[in-house]
Design a protein around this ligand. Structure first.
Ligand SMILES: *Cc1c(COP(=O)(O)O)cnc(C)c1O
Length: 230
């Protein structure tokens, strides 16, 4: 089951790349494994997944030591400043940085642990009340401020698009994120690159890839529905 799901998602990414004239190697599939047990992650690993996304610090801490060490862990959920210290040396990328205070804590914990940390700035592109992320207007100044901190490197932008029935409804938001990344790139800010655009989930990752996503975060489409009651 899981293996077929994965193959399907990979095929769809390939299709979207072909449609957009992109090379499939430009897109990283992140298997979003939150709430899923370790054996399922191992199954995905055995089927070739190396990038896993989690949204809770505790889950990363539990899973990290018992799974293969070549897994690249992605922190994709809201991150509290007091928990940064637990994961700063375990994750390859923090997708969810939306304030200078959080970035400052990441920078200072990175210094303590003697690591360099790559991050994305999370943008709340549709201005949804329920979601974290900086506004499009504030994103540029936030990137500029973060760029001055040591041991932390802005690699791009992340967004969680609205939950929609028809993925076409989110195309405009993915376009806006791409445009914003181009605007930021043109500013040539030291220590900032816009090589990563993390956007697209189970419902809309093909549209996101067509609009320039370099990372898609797929949970349900690989692991099945999540049960939060167990
Ligand atoms: C849960 C989650 C996903 C995956 O969602 P699916 O709809 O199950 O693919 C992607 N990104 C973030 C930030 C998430 O929290």
């Amino acid at each position: 089951m899981l293996k077929e799901n994965l193959e399907n998602v990979r095929k769809n990414i390939k299709k979207a790349c072909e449609k957009a004239g992109r090379d499939v190697s430009e897109v990283t599939l992140i298997a979003v494994s939150k709430t899923k047990p370790v054996p399922m992650l191992q199954e995905a690993y055995d089927a070739g997944s190396r990038d896993f996304g989690e949204n809770k610090v505790q889950e990363i801490m539990d899973k990290y030591p018992v799974l293969p060490q070549d897994i690249r862990w992605h922190m994709i959920g809201h991150l509290q400043r007091n928990k940064v210290k637990y994961i700063v040396d375990k994750v390859c990328l923090i997708h969810s940085v939306d304030s200078l205070r959080l970035a400052e804590e990441i920078s200072s914990q990175a210094e303590k642990k003697k690591v360099e940390v790559d991050i994305l700035v999370e943008v709340n592109i549709a201005h949804e009340e329920s979601k974290f992320g900086t506004s499009r207007e504030e994103a540029i100044s936030l990137v500029e401020e973060i760029s001055k901190l040591p041991h932390i490197h802005v690699k791009g932008l992340m967004t969680i698009a609205p939950f929609v029935e028809n993925p076409e409804d989110n195309r405009k938001y993915f376009k806006q994120i791409k445009e914003l990344s181009v605007d930021i790139m043109k500013k040539n800010i030291d220590n900032v690159s816009m090589e990563i655009l993390s956007m697209g989930m189970t419902g809309d990752y093909m549209v996101a890839v067509e609009e320039g996503a370099t990372m898609v975060r797929v949970g349900t489409g690989i692991f099945g529905e999540r049960n939060y009651n167990i």
